[in-house]
Design a protein around this ligand. Structure first.
Ligand code: SF4
Length: 180
């Protein structure tokens, strides 16, 4: 079990997420770095998954969407992510999100309200699970913010995430702050 965990980026939450009726993979627009794009493309190739327009390049790069705004990688029938092992960093980190506070020089960590994410509620009640997941979220998000170009990072930070509350904060490097 421990050996298996080592190769996973995230615990498998499908048991909770698969039963959820809130559609967090709709209008999600998780940012995709150039390196994440390559990893996803390789994965799609290996799995022989053909997806038309897998990525959209706008203010920042994010997955393609269907006409209803669902992420192109979301499987509506199973309610699962079809690229789970290689999905974008913010998808791994969820239901933890982040913001960077230029004034304090901190990266702030937020947890979604249970009303919009039952998994967040379960984590909030299980402090050990939340601690573990926060560690994972920090690794993923710190890689993301280091790799994203400045304009993409700025665009992402403009997105409002009102139904969240702060759970922690850390100092952030000058290199990252200089991108803002
Ligand atoms: S990449 Fe997967 S987890 Fe992320 S929004 Fe798309 S379907 Fe959901």
């Amino acid at each position: 079990m421990r050996r298996h965990r080592k190769f996973e980026r995230q615990r498998n939450f499908f048991n909770v997420c698969g039963k959820c009726h809130i559609h967090c993979c709709r209008d999600a627009r998780p940012p995709i770095t150039e390196s994440r794009m390559k990893i996803i493309e390789e994965y799609l190739k290996k799995q022989d998954m053909r997806i038309e327009r897998p990525f959209i390049r706008a203010e920042y790069v994010f997955p393609g969407e269907d006409q209803e705004g669902y992420c192109i990688f979301y499987d509506k029938a199973t309610k699962r992510c079809r690229i789970h092992p290689v999905k974008p960093e913010t998808c791994v980190a969820g239901p933890i999100t982040f913001d960077i506070n230029r004034n304090s020089g901190k990266i702030e960590w937020y947890l979604k309200f249970e009303e919009i994410c039952p998994l967040a509620g379960a984590m909030h009640r299980d402090k050990e699970a939340l601690r573990e997941h926060l560690k994972t979220a920090k690794i993923e998000i710190m890689r993301l913010v280091r790799e994203l170009p400045p304009e993409a990072l700025r665009a992402i930070l403009k997105r409002e995430e009102p139904e969240t509350f702060k759970i922690a904060e850390d100092d952030v490097d000058r290199d990252i702050l200089s991108k803002l």
